[in-house]
Structure formats: structure tokens, C-alpha cells
Design a protein around this ligand. Structure first.
Ligand code: CA
Length: 229
């Protein structure tokens, strides 16, 4: 069992130092960057298992750092946000963050969220050696590629995981709560319509584009991916 590596990107030096010491105490290997650019450099150098990323950073903003990391990595990213920087800003922009914590936070909360995020990515990697099929849509989870016939569809991390979850449970009605728990991976405290928003993103990219209904809505209940008409 190897030690998980954490990258903290935070420009409040005292706060960064505090979190660093706490995480080291918990047995994590910790790297710290105090601005966005250094954060990105350290990300590529150290290849952390998880990133704690402040939203407001000098050089490159947290959103931008997150977006760049997401281009070629599924590493769990937890955003650290100040009060007033709403969840919409963090997750609604689809920067690709997995979770967010509002400052000031208790270190126990950070540790708990980190455990959830790390467990989730490990479970996801273990369960994803297969190719799933729904009509003419295929999901190769190892390569993280979605295709309709031979057309490759570009999805964000969250869209991919949502589609994967629905197709894995195809022909079963899935409630919004189940989706939140399994795809967002924690007790979501924001607007629950985030699921509907992401379903709409997927439909725009797939159902509408190929003029086929892959994802069905059960009003007031949830969604399901349907195989045959
Ligand atoms: Ca900051």
C-alpha cells in the first residue's frame, strides 16, 4: 500500500503550511505550491494522487489550473473556496473539480472529503475494465472514450462518469439522489438540479446530435438509459 501524494495549491502561506502539517501527520506525502503556475508545474513533476486547489490564486486562477489538469488527468481535485464564491462558480463552470470546501474549514472535513474522493477514484478504476454498450453507443472505460458508431464524443469528466453510471445500470430507473451519491460521490448540498443540467449537456452532445433517445426521463423520479425501443 503506497502513500497517497497530495498537492496543495494555496497562496495563503500560513493556511497552506497548516494543512501541510496536518496531512503529513495523517501519513500523506505533501507538496505545496503558492501560486497557480507553480501548482501546475508541481502537478506535472510530482504526479499527486489528489489536489487541494484554492480558487483565487495569483498567476493562474484555480479554475484555470483545474481546467488544464483535466485535459489529461482524472486526478481528484478538491477546490478550496472563500465564502461567497458559490458552488456555481466552482462546479457550474465545469472546470472539472470533484468537490469543494468553503473556508474557513475544519481539517477533519478536508480529510473526510479527501478519503471519499480517493476511494471513489480507486473504485472507479477497479470497476472500469469493460466496454459498455447502449444501442450504437459504446463506452470504453479504460480508455475513457465514448463513441456513437465510429464517431468519438468529447465529454467532460463529470459527463463521462454520469453517462457511464447510467449505461452501466441501463434499463433501470435511477433517482437523482442515486446519481448524486454515485457520480458526485458525496452528500451534495447544492442545488439538486445539477443532475438535470448535466443530463442536458449529455443530451445536447449525444441524443440531439444523433437524433436518438439514449437517456429517458421519468418525471419526478429520475433517469434511465434505455437499450431498445
Ligand atoms: Ca487565495
Amino acid at each position: 500500500m503506497s502513500v497517497d501524494k497530495v498537492l496543495i495549491v494555496e497562496d495563503e502561506v500560513k493556511l497552506a503550511r497548516f494543512v501541510e502539517l496536518e496531512l503529513k501527520h495523517e501519513g500523506y506525502e505533501v507538496f505545496v505550491a503558492n501560486d497557480g503556475r507553480d501548482g501546475l508545474d508541481k502537478f506535472y513533476d510530482e504526479k499527486p494522487d489528489i489536489v487541494l486547489l484554492d480558487l483565487m490564486l495569483p498567476e493562474l486562477s484555480g479554475i484555470e489550473v483545474c481546467r488544464r489538469i483535466r485535459k489529461n488527468s482524472n486526478v481528484p481535485i478538491i477546490m478550496l473556496t472563500a465564502k461567497g464564491e458559490t458552488i456555481d462558480k466552482v462546479l457550474g463552470l465545469d472546470s472539472g473539480a470533484d468537490d469543494y470546501i468553503t473556508k474557513p474549514f475544519a481539517i477533519e472535513e478536508v480529510l473526510a472529503r479527501m478519503r471519499v474522493a480517493l476511494k471513489r477514484i480507486k473504485t472507479f478504476s477497479q470497476n472500469t475494465n469493460s466496454v459498455l454498450q447502449l444501442k450504437n453507443l459504446t463506452i470504453d472505460s479504460a480508455k475513457r472514450v465514448v463513441k456513437v458508431d465510429n464517431d468519438e464524443i468529447e465529454l467532460t469528466k463529470r459527463e463521462f462518469e454520469l453517462l457511464y453510471y447510467l449505461v452501466k445500470n441501463k434499463n433501470i430507473v435511477i433517482t437523482r439522489d442515486q446519481i448524486l451519491n454515485n457520480v458526485w460521490g458525496y452528500d451534495y448540498i447544492g442545488e439538486t438540479n445539477v443532475v438535470d443540467v448535466y443530463i442536458r449537456y449529455i443530451r445536447t452532445k449525444i441524443d440531439d446530435k444523433y437524433n436518438t433517445k439514449y437517456i429517458h426521463t421519468i418525471r419526478g423520479v429520475g433517469y434511465f438509459a434505455k437499450d431498445d425501443e
